[in-house]
Design a protein around this ligand. Structure first.
Ligand code: UT7
Length: 353
């Protein structure tokens, strides 16, 4: 049976790159540590007032232009983010409207870093059922607002040297575990039903485990509390993400190989037949461990985390767009997309591209 096919891709990252050395202006960290432990060399941050609907719309415009696609032919938008402009509503309708798609359904999904395989499965279901003919899938993240420093002037090299005991520097250092990995950006792709048997999305295996919700989450600014936000949240720094990095790392390196094997089995292909493994870019060491566990050649698991850091749900579509642009990922090849993130959510998709 024909599956859903990606007919165009696009990407967008905001502003100028922020290197690891620049990051060490606002917290106690250094380039060597970040590179060795994560693979990240630089990341981008959105400007104040530049939200995910802006980043996502920019990536979507690239995709539509690259594929020479009439925006009016898009009849469904799926929008993935964990950093929406507002607690509610979601950012999908705003992104759609910025693309001139008023009236088109815009479904917000929040599978965080695992968004891409989930979104592919949803898009495929919409296309297979006939509910949609052309789906625009957008993943966008603006993590800048959850960074643990307030002194953005220092990041820009302004405001003078940091004094011993500086409260802003110490606060950022307390949260440096997550702060060094995330960056902002957006990826987009357009999907439609393939006409050829054995082409397009062959199978997706996705899973969740809410028992691990607190491995990476924002404890404050949520509706368990009444009121849902107060001064105590800020005093206790509960508006910032908490991440159990080592535990998450271990979960990723066990669950991802399992998801890849299940997706391959569901698709009826051998893991060794897969040409590309496009992994969520959370940490190069996670992907190296998955590679080792599955005995995958390094060249089949490309990385771009050095340039962008972890852009959560956007990492895979950004990577895919780069590899299509460079001509590395070619039509007819077999691609596995895999990701794990907050929730926990994780999964893998197999696509004949
Ligand atoms: O995409 C969303 C899902 N997120 C993930 O999948 C993240 C998964 N986890 C990770 O990527 C890693 O756990 C981290 C990159 C977050 C941390 O790496 P780690 O190797 O687990 O480091 P650690 O937290 O165990 O810290 C090791 C050492 C500590 O020093 P001591 O106690 O050994 O002296 C930390 O204080 O490194 C120190 N450290 C840092 N040093 C400089 C921790 N963070 C930093 C930092 N800069 N940013």
């Amino acid at each position: 049976m024909p599956g859903s096919k990606i007919i165009a891709t696009g990407r967008f990252v905001p502003g100028q790159p922020v290197t690891n050395d620049v990051l060490s202006r606002v917290m106690d960290t250094n380039d060597a540590w970040i590179r060795q432990r994560t693979g990240v060399a630089q990341r981008h941050f959105s400007a104040p007032g530049q939200g995910v609907s802006d980043l996502g719309a920019a990536a979507a415009k690239q995709a539509l232009e690259a594929g020479n696609i009439d925006p009016a032919s898009i009849d469904y938008v799926i929008f993935a983010t964990m950093t929406p402009e507002y607690v509610f509503p979601g950012s999908g309708p705003m992104a759609a409207t910025k693309l001139g798609l008023q009236g088109v359904p815009a479904l917000d999904i929040r599978q965080q870093c695992a968004a891409f395989p989930y979104a592919l499965q949803v898009a495929d279901g919409l296309l297979a059922s006939g509910a949609a003919k052309r789906v625009l899938l957008i993943a966008a993240e603006a993590h800048a607002g959850m960074m643990p420093w307030k002194r953005w002037d220092r990041l820009r090299g302004e405001g003078g040297p940091v004094e011993e005991g500086d409260a802003d520097f110490e606060r950022a250092t307390r949260h440096r575990g997550y702060a060094v990995i995330f960056g902002d950006g957006a990826g987009a792709c357009v999907l439609e039903r393939s006409q050829a048997a054995g082409e397009g999305l062959l199978y997706t295996h996705v899973a969740s485990d809410g028992a691990h919700f607190d491995q990476i989450y924002i404890p404050g600014v949520g509706f368990l509390a009444q009121p849902f936000v107060d001064a105590g949240v800020l005093a206790e720094e509960r508006e910032l993400p908490q991440m159990k990095g080592r535990e998450l790392f271990k979960l990723a390196v066990t669950r991802l190989p399992d998801a890849i094997r299940k997706a391959a089995a569901g698709a009826g292909v051998e893991v060794s037949d897969i040409d590309w493994f496009l992994a969520h870019q959370a940490n190069d060491r996670i992907n190296a461990a998955v590679r080792d566990a599955m005995k995958l050649p390094e060249a089949k698991v490309p990385s771009n985390i050095a340039r962008y850091g972890n852009t959560s749900g956007a990492t895979i579509p950004i990577l895919l767009d780069e590899l299509r642009e460079s001509g590395d990922v070619k039509s007819g090849q077999l691609v596995c997309f895999f990701a794990l993130g907050a929730g926990l959510n994780w999964g893998a998709s197999i696509m004949r591209i």
